[in-house]
Each structure stands twice: as structure tokens, then as C-alpha cells.
Write a protein that binds this ligand. Sequence first.
Ligand SMILES: [Zn+2]
Length: 303
Amino acid sequence: MKKTKLDIFLIAIMIIGLGAVGFLGYQAYQLKKNKINLESELSLTRENFASTTRGLQATIDSIKEELSKTKSERDDFELKYNEERNRLDYLSSQIQGIQGTVGMLEKLKQIDPELLEKYSKVYFLNENYVPEMFIKIDSKYTYNPKEDYLIYERIWPFLENLLTAAENVSTDIEIISAYRSFGKQSELKSSYTFIYGSGANKFSADQGYSEHQLGTTVDLTTSKIGASYLGFEKTPTYQWLLENAYKYGFILSYPENNQYYQFEPWHWRFVGRALADRLHQEGNNFYDLDQREIDKYLISFFD
Ligand SMILES: [Zn+2]
């Protein structure tokens, strides 16, 4: 009986051992099966991945190709665009040049070339010439308050500035003659007993006359000297004018020792600030300058 119990025990152990072996074997079998499955899945995934990669590479290649095509098209376009832009820039600069020229011509059209003309014994202003617009000079600036003194309207602001500047430094200054018409000049002449030469122009004795007919010229005096003009060149007024008149565009037409006409210290002509400034800087006379050189200043006459 004891032996039988032992047998049963051994048998039981064997059964348990067999069971365990069987279980482990089964587990091992399952693991292997899983491994095979995993391997086959992995291989499938690898294949899929490779195929996807190939697809992506093809897409990238085609995009690269597109890009390179687009880039070359863009380069072409840029080249054409630049060419076109350069052409337009050139055209625009041409147009601006033309506009500038047109603007200058328009400006020049508004300025009478006679205003900067040199008048001589043979070249006089036409007897019918009259400035386009006059202004009456304020009588506080004139020698005879009862008389009308006229000046070309566009000159007045410059003359007024000159007179105000002189006034500010207590310079005694009076206008004794301004615009003189051809008729007025003839009258003036006939009141003298001049004997005119047989020259082409009977007014050759008064070269300064044309300048008064322009309406841009004034004769200046002081309250003390008045209409005699005598000794004007010795006054502080004359000295002040020599130093300052150019700033307002006025010059002495016939300075001391000039080659054209008698010295007229009282006779001041407006030639524009740019030209007056140049003559002052160079110590040059208006009548000594070439007419072509003078004409360059017509455009800036009223500036
Ligand atoms: Zn004069």
C-alpha cells in the first residue's frame, strides 16, 4: 500500500512534469509562430516602406524638375522685365527732358527778350514798344509826389525791396525818373536845343533812353541833389547802391570809364538777380558782356 502511494505520487509528478513540458512546448511553439508572423509583417512593412519611398522619390524628382523649369522661366521673365523696365526708364527720362524743355520754353515765352537787350547807337528799342503792365510807384519814394512814376509791374517787387533796404539804413534815396515812353522822350528832347547828327537814329545822343522805355530802369537821386543830378556819384546813396543794388537785380548801365556812353551814376537798370550777381562778382559791366552770354540769363530774369 505504501508502495502504491509512492507510485501514485511518482506518476503524479510525471504527469505534472509532462504537463509542464507540454505547456512550455506549446508556449515555445506559440512564440515561434508569433515571431514568424512578426517577421512576415516586418518584411511586408519594409516592402511597403520601400515602395512608398520610391513613390516619394519620384514625386520629389518631378517637383525638382518643375522647379528648375519654373526657375528658368522666372529668369527669362526677369530678364525681359528688366529690359522692359530699362526701356521705360529711358523713355521716362526722355519725357522728363522734353517736359523740362517745354517748361523752360513756356517760362521763356513769358519773358520779353528785349528786357535783356543791349541798346546802342545803332540798335534802339522799337518806338511802339510798351511794357505789358505798369504799376504806379508809391509817391513816398519819388522826387515829385505830384507826378506819376510808372514801372513795369513785375519789376516793382525788386525795386520796392531795394528802396526799403535803403530806407532801413537811412539812405536818402528818391526816384526821379522811371518809365519814359517814346513820345515823352521826344518831348523831352525837343525842349533842348540839340543838334543831331545825320546818323540813322536821331536819339543816338541818349543811349540810356531805350532802357527807360523798357520800364525796368530808374534814375535815382537824393532829396538834396534833386533834379540836378550833380555830384550824385559823391553821395553815400551812390556808394550804397554800388554795394547793394545788385542784390535786388539792379546794375549801373553806364559806370565810370565805360566804353559805351557817358558816366551816369543815377541810371540803374534791372537785369535780374542772377546776372546782376555775376556782374558784381566779376566786377564786369553789362555792356561789356557778349549779348549771347547775357541772353542765358533771360530765363532767370524774374527769379
Ligand atoms: Zn536814366
